[in-house]
Design a binder for this molecule. Structure first.
Ligand code: SPQ
Length: 425
């Protein structure tokens, strides 16, 4: 990609939120009646979710790229698939679907790509086994291929060792048909789309501090889901607009669910000029228009309960920190090691190739700011968020940057490079 950019200017509508798009299809599939989805993200991960539920007998039509109609089969109506369920690169699909399939007595084999084969599944298969569900897989059900035959779940009170929306969601979804009450307690609050969306589908969910509970035997009713823009995708432009000189970017209808807005808190603390120009905070999933302009950033410390609120944005925050004055310390983020890649290592290795002064730690990284980046041959290693972070880095790097495996961005943001080019012109 070309040499330093003179400024990024314009208005962008980033695609729909990935977490909400997955759940809209999944919950629509097990609801009674029809669910219509607008603003759906047609990224590879969400298309994997559609394809899995089609194999489970659900009629899902894409009216156009962003409008989907799901004809729900009810919670007991999924068919036994004649084929394996392939989740591609999507951790959300494989972990949540296990919760949904837990109470069927059907046979299912779940696989994914090379990255999924390395991601730990015991965090979900463990509690599901505790609930009485029959599951198996490589290394005692920790890795794909996984086989789930289901069973009749008993409610459990599960204390999760990690703050993970995927673990919480899988256990709660299994709890929907379990005997009695199922609850999940987390060390910190993870994103709460499952709780908010189950309520929109007519399910009662109770929250008490860090514990979420669900009563077994509830059914879902089809509804309309309006998916806001994905703040994790907007994050790349929030940082690009902050660090590329002479920039002003307006981002339309971005989801601002408080469990996802850690990126706004962190960037504002670093001195970023981000303003909200219109907001709907009453919607089940609140959203706002945001404007970012170039500013001088300073280093900061990021850790504790902020981490689950910005976990997917850490690669792009690390890039912002290379341009900040002073040092940025990111800690309590060991979860980064079990994402699409080990995101501590990939961020550190790839940004080092571009001249950043950055070190990996056991649970995060330390970034010494104020460095001039230079073009280099870098690699996304198939991780969409690394590919987009490197593309933003190339905008401030002197000389040419070549990003291998840049197509990985289609997992969550298929039009990313077009949008970046639009802002450059
Ligand atoms: O779906 P996948 O592959 O796990 O995607 C990622 C991402 O960067 O897009 C993580 F690699 O997002 C997860 C996120 O990190 C999506 C998610 C969800 O929709 O519930 C929750 C988070 O994961 P976790 O493990 O903390 O529950």
């Amino acid at each position: 990609m070309a040499t330093t950019v003179k400024g990024l200017k314009g208005v962008i509508q980033v695609p729909g939120d990935k977490s909400i798009s997955h759940r809209s299809v999944m919950f629509g599939a097990i609801a009674e009646g029809t669910t219509t989805i607008s603003g759906f993200l047609p990224g590879d991960d969400c298309l994997s979710t559609i394809s899995c539920f089609q194999k489970l007998g659900v009629d899902i039509q894409m009216v156009n790229e962003e409008t989907v109609i799901v004809k729900g089969r009810g919670i007991k109506g999924l068919k036994e698939p004649v084929d394996i369920l392939d989740v591609g690169n999507s951790g959300t699909t494989i972990r949540l679907i296990m919760g949904i399939l837990a109470n069927t007595l059907h046979h299912h084999t779940l696989i994914g790509d090379e990255s999924i084969a390395k991601r730990p599944m015991k965090r979900v298969t463990g509690p599901l086994r505790e609930m009485g569900i029959n599951l198996d897989g490589r290394q005692d059900a920790n890795f794909t291929p996984l086989v789930i035959r289901g069973g009749k779940a008993k409610g459990i009170q599960y204390h999760s060792p990690v703050a993970s929306a995927q673990v919480k969601s899988a256990v709660l979804l299994a709890g929907l048909q379990a005997e009695g009450t199922t609850s999940v307690t987390e060390p910190e609050k993870s994103r709460d789309h499952t709780e908010r969306m189950l309520e929109a589908f007519g399910v009662q969910v109770k929250e008490d501090g860090l514990t979420v509970s669900i009563e077994g035997g509830q059914t879902l009713k089809g509804t309309h889901v309006e998916v806001p823009g994905d703040i994790s995708s907007a994050a790349f432009f929030l940082v690009a607009g902050s660090i590329v000189p002479n920039s002003r970017i307006e981002l339309k209808k971005i989801g601002i669910n408080p469990t996802r807005t850690g990126i706004l808190d962190a960037l504002k603390k670093m001195g970023a000029a981000i303003n909200t120009i219109a907001a709907n905070r009453e919607a089940a999933e609140p959203f706002a228009d945001l404007v970012v302009e170039t500013s001088s950033l300073k280093g900061t410390e990021i850790g504790g309960d902020l981490i689950p609120r910005l976990i997917d944005e850490i690669p792009i925050i690390a890039l912002a920190a290379t341009q900040a004055e002073g040092t940025t310390v990111i800690k309590d983020a060991a979860e980064l090691k079990v994402k699409e890649t080990n995101r501590i290592d990939t961020v550190v290795n790839e940004l080092t190739k571009m001249g950043a002064n950055i070190e990996a730690t056991e649970d995060g990284m330390v970034i010494h700011g104020g460095t001039r980046l230079h073009g280099a041959q870098v690699n996304s290693y198939g991780d969409h968020r690394i590919g987009m972070m490197l593309a933003v880095a190339s905008c401030i790097a002197e000389g040419e940057t070549v990003i291998e495996n840049r197509d990985a961005v289609s997992v969550s943001y298929p039009q990313f490079f077009n949008h970046l080019d639009l802002l450059k012109s």
